[in-house]
Design a protein around this ligand. Sequence first.
Ligand code: NIG
Length: 401
Amino acid sequence: MRSTLITDIAELTTVDPEGRVLTDAAVVVEDERIAWIGPAADAPDADDRVSVEGRAVLPGWVDSHTHLVFDGDRSAEFEARMAGESYAAGGIGVTTSATRAASDDRLAELVRGRVADAVAGGTTYLETKTGYGLTVEEEARHARLLAGLREEGLVDEVTFLGAHLVPPGRDAEDYLDDVVGPMLEAVREHAGWVDVFCDTGAFDAEQTRRVLAAGVAAGLGVRLHGNQIEQGPGVGVAVEFGAASVDHVNHLSDADVEALAGTWTGWDRASATGTPGTVAGCLPACDLSTRAPLAPARRLLDAGIEVSLASNCNPGTSYTTSMNFNVGTAVLQMHLTLAEAVRAATLGGALGLRAQDRVGSLEVGKRADLHVLDAPAAIHLAYRPGMPLTHAVWRAGRRAV
Ligand code: NIG
């Protein structure tokens, strides 16, 4: 087992239960795990030594919501939105056509490129999903591609989103017969999660329940797209199914906030222990790109709900994998403190993927996922928005950037 001492850390944001931010700190990485954290002056010997020369270090970002399997361009749709059009789910069909036409090799190359971009921006734990296939064969092809990349260690979590949109020209109930039948059967060995876009223009509460129940019966965990376009049943159904996460949450009623808060009563936020509830997944880049009301992250946190920040990289509503951008925006626009935004983009995402015992903070025994900023303090993420602040990345103990 080889060890590396990473030292001369000006500011080390741990996101550990005490929320420690250490100055003049060091970390020892052994194999793929963190073996020691503390003041640089007390650091033990190690086989190798890397000085980060007075930079800030954070846990790698946990991007808990992306749609990386796609081909095609929807910049014209985006431009129309900037001229006043509203976002509607129908654009998913445009991407579906382009994606179906892409060869296996092309799709794999596109996804690999997007993963590389994400890692280059400090992301070390990544969820991604199907949802632009929308036939049994295509959803299975996309799920196989992602499972292969997970096998290679490039992505961490795979979600089945066959219920992303009723494909143009198909009857909804007839399509759902496929989703809960042969499609689920074809993807279940490749995916860990089932997801539904439960919103106006996509799937209603009953249809969502049908897909989630089938996914649960197939052994998949539950996550949901909800309350993006309008107030609706998404959050309620997510709570009903004990979903790990409900993402978007732009349009929430008081009852939605209360229902989410009710899922966190067995969780101690200060020590990050207990039984986690349903995370509220906030997607700031998507909110800006769709000109939606920003998800009420401040209100959700104040209600005792764990929040995640994710990129939602996809060609329709959020064509970016930049977690630095999302964290900066959460501070600048959503009124989160830097510490809250960093926690949401690390431990929050990990909770939303039920991976909090392995990743999401810098603690002895956890995976050595470290993000070194080209800045002396993490507040530079909001102070210098849009600047290329990622200097180096360790993923599972290996230098990735
Ligand atoms: O998370 N909301 C649903 N799915 C994606 C957007 C899909 C698209 O428009 O291509 C999202 O925003």
